[in-house]
Design a protein around this ligand. Sequence first.
Ligand SMILES: [Mg+2]
Length: 322
Amino acid sequence: MTDIKEIVVVLKWSGKEYPLSDLTDQDTVEVLRHEIFLKTQVRPERQKLLNLKHKGKPAADNVKLCALELKPNFKLMMVGSTEADIEGACSLPEDIGEVIDDFDDAEEREDSVENSAVYLAKVQRRVRDYKIAEISPPREGKNLLVLDIDYTLFDHRSPAEQGTELMRPFLHEFLTSAYENYDIVIWSATSMRWIEEKMRLLGVDTNDNYKIMFYLDSNAMISVHVPERGVVDVKPLGVIWGLYKQYSSRNTIMFDDIRRNFMMNPKSGLKIRPFRQAHLNRSKDKELLKLSTYLRQIALYCKDFNLLNHRKWEHYDPKKNS
Ligand SMILES: [Mg+2]
C-alpha cells in the first residue's frame, strides 16, 4: 500500500475555497467530481473544471489523478451552479444515495472492491481521522451489530404528527433482545445531528433496556467506484474493526436496506426488507421480530459468522450451520 499517496486538492468555486482531503493519487477524475459534489452540491455533469488538464486537454473522467501530476494543495478552479430546483438537493444528504439504484446480484464485483488497495487506504484514513464519540463502552465477549436507520428502523419519508408513528414495529423489543448478545452501533448516511435527533425522537437514546455503543455518520463512509454505477458511498466495517480489535467478520453483522452499503464487507451484511409506508404497514411488519430470533440463534450456535449466508437468514437451521 506504500505506493498510494494521499493528495489534497483545494477547490475554488464562487469565491470560496474548499479543501478536498479524501483523495488518493489512484482515484480518478470521476471520484474527484463526486467529492466536489459532496462538498458543493454541484452535480458532476455541471462541473466545469477549468484548469484540470491531461496532455493539454480537459482531463477525462477515467484518468487517474496521478497522471495529472498535480502539485501539493493544487488549486482547482470550477464554474458550475447547484440545481436549487432539484428537490432535496439542499436538504438531507441521504437523498444523494437514493438517486442511485441499488443492485442485488453483484457478488463478484463486491469481492473485487473488498480487496482494492485504494479503498483499504481510505478505510485506514477513517480509522486514523474519524472521531468516534462513545456513548456506552464495549462489553467483554459480545458480538457486534451495526444498524442502518432510514427504512431499516424508521420510515423517514411518510408524513406524521409524531416520529414514533414512523418507527418500525418492535424496534425497542428488537434492540432489547439484540443487546443481550451484541454491542450495537447505529450507522446512517446522514449527518450526526440528524442521527441524534432521530434517535431522540424514537426514544432509543433513553431506553433503559439497552444501550447504543456509538453512532457513525456519513463522514465515516468512503466513496468507491463501481464500473456500471459510477461513484457510490459505502459503509466499510473496517472503520470499526480498525479501532476495536475485538470485532471482526467472525462476530459482526450489519443490517441495511441498501446492499451496496455492504460492498466492502459483502459477507457481513444482511439486506432487510425496507420499512416504507408506515401507516399502511405498521400493523403487518414483523421483520424485526424475526430478525431478533436470527440474531439470538447465530449468537448461540455460530462461532464464526463467516460461515453464514445472510441471504438465506430466514431458513437458518442451527443444526446445519454452526
Ligand atoms: Mg436505509
